[in-house]
Write a protein that binds this ligand. Structure first.
Ligand code: HEM
Length: 368
């Protein structure tokens, strides 16, 4: 049967001596090359000196070693689950489903800052809490908070430098004072931030610790009104300072084990308290606290009632990406946020592809 001439016309290959066809092919080639160049740039192949997420994670590995299967920072941790009961006070500030009155399930992870999953608990180790709120209709909210009141540096590049400057000298087991002095001189925000951090004593355990977002975010309500915010989880357990001899405990996991034992006796609770920024408050520098008189709004209560050893499919395999935000919460202009998101993703990708070893923190039995 004869071919339909219109079909064969349509699919006829152009002659390579046809100049217009060659120009079209060249244009396609340019587009393809441009796309490849974009991927190469993002991956850091064109500019190896640029601070990429891979370089940030390489720096953690350089300082703390490679511990297969573990997070490259906050490597030591334990999983928890519970719920968040919203009191509805957040509705005027944000349209996020999580702030409508009611209860949503939450999973989380208590951890210590640092890339060594076998590190011993200590009185000045930075404590942390990652949370994932799961409203029934989707729109998850993830947040990763720490117990210090401000962050130590303003930019990802400064954090990259600080990690190396504070690497313990093998001879003394402490950071080299000369390197720290040089780092501090190059990053003027560091000294004042450390002063603020040192002025607030650490509590005796995870249960009575306040956890802070540090970075600013933006709440957007149904009317489109934007409010700059920072949030904290404020414990209902009363503050008690870390006893001076607690760190001498032979239990290398004394902070985690105390928290696990406490959850086994009954639920732990924190209030989600949001601080409202005012015009002029700094949103792109997590080293600077907002004035103490800013309005605080209590949005509801977090209850943690179960702890479990890290294992397949629980918090071990969650990335508490600070930019996993529901509609109604947006990032601020803080440059740390996108760097965190990119670095957590790189750490997650590496650790998920690796063989796993047991976590140092073991919850007795099947969990408390
Ligand atoms: C540029 C700055 C930062 C970098 C590069 C960085 C990097 C990392 C990395 C690589 C992880 C492990 C992620 C994973 O494998 O899932 C992590 C975990 C964590 N980070 Fe950061 N971080 C930064 C700043 C901060 C700040 C400002 C906070 C506090 C608000 C914070 C709180 C946490 C917490 C709580 C975790 C543990 C979350 C979990 O349990 O999975 N980080 N960080």
């Amino acid at each position: 049967m004869d071919q339909d001439p219109t079909v064969s016309q349509r699919y006829r290959l152009p002659s390579l001596s046809d100049k217009a066809a060659l120009a079209r092919l060249a244009a396609i080639g340019v587009v393809v090359l441009a796309v490849i160049a974009c991927f190469a740039y993002v991956a850091g192949w064109i500019s190896p000196a640029r601070l990429s997420q891979a370089r940030l994670i390489d720096r953690f590995q350089q300082v703390d070693g490679i511990h297969l299967g573990f997070r490259r920072n906050h490597a030591k941790g334990v999983c928890v689950t519970g719920s968040f009961e919203s009191n509805g006070q957040g509705v005027r500030l944000s349209k996020a489903a999580i702030f409508a009155p009611g209860r949503v399930p939450v999973d989380g992870r208590f951890s210590l800052a640092g890339g060594d999953p076998q590190m011993a608990d200590g009185p000045s180790d930075v404590r942390a809490l990652g949370l994932r709120f799961r409203p029934p209709a989707g729109e998850e909210w993830r947040t990763a908070m720490v117990n210090i009141p401000v962050f130590i540096v303003k930019t990802p590049a400064a954090f990259y430098d600080q990690l190396l400057a504070s690497k313990p000298d093998p001879a003394t087991g402490k950071p080299d004072p000369a390197k720290m002095a040089a780092f501090s001189a190059a990053h003027p925000e560091f000294g004042p931030a450390i002063k603020i951090i040192m002025s607030q004593p650490f509590s005796s355990g995870f249960a009575n610790t306040q956890f802070n977002s540090l970075n600013a975010f933006r709440f957007i309500n149904e009317a489109g009104v934007v409010t700059p915010v920072r949030w904290s989880m404020v414990p209902t357990e009363p503050f008690a300072p870390e006893p001076p001899d607690q760190a001498k405990s032979p239990d290398r996991n004394y902070l985690f084990d105390a928290m696990i034992a406490r959850v086994a006796r009954g639920p732990l609770q924190w209030h989600l308290v949001v601080t409202l920024g005012q015009p002029g408050d700094v949103t792109d520098d997590a080293t600077i606290p907002w004035p103490a008189d800013r309005e605080h709004v209590d949005l509801g209560v977090l209850t943690i009632d179960h702890a479990a050893t890290e294992e397949l499919d629980n918090c071990r395999d969650i990335n508490f990406d600070p930019l996993a935000l529901p509609s109604g919460i947006q990032p601020s202009d803080d440059p740390l946020l996108s760097a965190r998101s990119a670095a957590y993703s790189e750490s997650f990708t590496r650790r998920e592809g690796e063989t796993k070893s047991p976590s140092a923190v073991q919850v007795p039995g099947k969990g408390s």
